[in-house]
Ligand binder design. Structure first.
Ligand SMILES: Cc1cc2nc3c(=O)[nH]c(=O)nc-3n(C[C@H](O)[C@H](O)[C@H](O)COP(=O)(O)OP(=O)(O)OC[C@H]3O[C@@H](n4cnc5c(N)ncnc54)[C@H](O)[C@@H]3O)c2cc1C
Length: 420
């Protein structure tokens, strides 16, 4: 039986990015049930995230003006320096790094299950035979075989996304970050971003508490295309490529069990507003790789050591995502409008730090207070089932308890007076 320091299940962004780092020091095998992604998901993120990761050469479009759209009203909101990247080129880049580091990627190799977990290794069964590893990393995405088995999630909900790339240029148009363009329930959200300077990607998505085939959103998408703010430009244009998928969002109990670690969509790295799984993987993979590498070197491959404890601030950021996600999941259009209004009064910096999981403690305080002041506990109780309402209330108190109240009050004053 062939043996490796690390076996990673899944050659998506999570598996390949971690693999590219870990293969610098360790003998890694990445197994992929299909072939390394051939289709685009198109990843939009903030320029600074791409620059920090040294991936500038993969940028295909820049944008700096976005708006939120609610029915026929535009609620302006500016979010500076957004970019779209060539996701396939990034995957190819990580693939090459893994191979250059003399580690291995095995395509058409389906992970079937774990045969046994011992103290120092895990034996796994795949369609290409049995392998042994000191550390197994599950990066197999939304339909992971292990997350349910090991009860990794506290809460999980879904973001089916269906759309496509259209031959329309957004050059002289502002970009719709998120919009509600009809008043049906559950809400179907709408988004439009540049794919490159000549083409635009337009998505339809929903927040759901069940896993569905995202293509069921096709009809809604077609109707949105006929009625959206780009309808004149889109007249007679066909979708030139379908882009779709399911994004899991929610809360994890832990991200390690025995000598198995979870990362990427299996670790619910996304956040609801801008489906930021890509951005958060890129922001975190180097830190997570170091954590895993240290455990490999020190031979401390046990759940207690492997479990990556988010520091208090990171945990608060993840809690905020759960709160926002649950609000959106259960919102009727009129409640979604309150949500959009809330964005209107928050400083841009807080909105983008919320999306990219990097709110400071005082910003968490401001955001939490704004949610409560906009919705009120009464409305939150209307939107949410009791269990979720209690959860949110607890989270709000947890978050506010930890902040230095004076600092928040001072920040609000400074923001009002444009000192921040
Ligand atoms: C349509 C769409 C648009 C998005 N847009 C954005 C965006 O603009 N910005 C952003 O930040 N994020 C975006 N995201 C989210 C982001 O793409 C994901 O969070 C990210 O790609 C997850 O990467 P991953 O490697 O964890 O999972 P995946 O990309 O799903 O990779 C999992 C891999 O594991 C393989 N696999 C599964 N089961 C097995 C098995 N049994 N054996 C072997 N291999 C297996 C799969 O074939 C796959 O290659 C978008 C997602 C979608 C679907």
């Amino acid at each position: 039986m062939k043996s490796y320091d690390v076996i990673i299940i899944g050659a998506g962004l999570a598996g390949l990015s971690l693999g590219s780092e870990l293969s610098k020091k360790h003998n890694v095998l990445v197994i992929e049930k299909g072939q390394i992604k051939k289709e685009h998901k198109t990843w939009t993120t903030e320029e600074s995230i791409i620059k920090d990761a040294g991936l500038e050469k993969f940028i295909t479009a820049h944008f700096d003006k976005l708006f939120l759209k609610f029915l026929d009203k535009e609620k302006n909101y500016f979010y500076d320096k957004g970019v779209t990247v060539d996701d396939i080129a990034i995957l190819n880049f990580y693939e090459k790094t893994i191979k250059d580091n003399k580690s291995k990627i095995l395509e058409n190799c389906n992970f079937i299950g774990i045969i046994e977990t011992k103290e120092n290794n895990v034996n796994i069964k795949t369609s290409e035979g049995v392998f042994s590893t000191r550390l197994l990393i599950d990066c197999s995405g939304i339909n992971s075989k292990l997350t349910t088995k090991y009860q990794i999630y506290e809460k999980i909900y879904y973001n089916p996304t269906y759309g496509g790339i259209y031959d329309v240029s957004l050059k002289n148009k502002e970009i719709c970050l998120i919009g509600v363009i009809d008043s049906n329930f559950p809400i179907s959200w709408f988004e439009a971003f540049p794919f490159n300077s000549n083409q635009t990607i337009i998505y339809t998505f929903q927040f759901l508490d069940k896993n569905i085939d995202p293509k069921t959103l096709r009809k809604i998408h077609e109707s949105q295309i006929k009625n959206c703010y780009l309808k004149e430009e889109l007249k007679g244009k066909k979708m030139i490529r379908e882009v779709y998928g399911m994004i899991p969002i929610g809360e994890i109990k832990k991200n390690a069990v025995d000598n198995i670690f979870f990362f990427g969509d299996t670790d619910l790295m996304g956040s609801p507003i801008a489906c930021t799984g890509f951005s958060n993987i890129i922001s975190h993979y180097k830190r997570i790789s170091k954590h895993l590498s240290d455990n490999l070197v020190n031979n401390t491959l046990k759940e207690t050591n492997l479990n990556y404890i988010f520091d208090k601030l990171e945990q608060m950021n993840r809690d905020i995502q759960t709160i926002i996600g649950l609000i959106l999941l259960n919102s009727k259009p009129e409640q979604a409008e309150i949500f959009f209004d809330m964005f209107g009064i928050l400083p841009n910096k807080i909105i983008k730090n919320m999306i990219f999981l990097r709110l400071s403690i005082s910003e968490v305080g401001i955001l939490v207070k704004t949610i409560v002041s906009k919705f009120g506990f009464k409305k939150l109780a209307e939107i949410l089932p009791k269990k979720e309402y209690m959860f949110i209330t607890r989270e709000i108190f947890k978050a506010t308890e930890d902040i230095v109240i004076e600092k928040v009050i001072e920040d609000i004053y400074n923001i009002r007076h444009n000192f921040l």
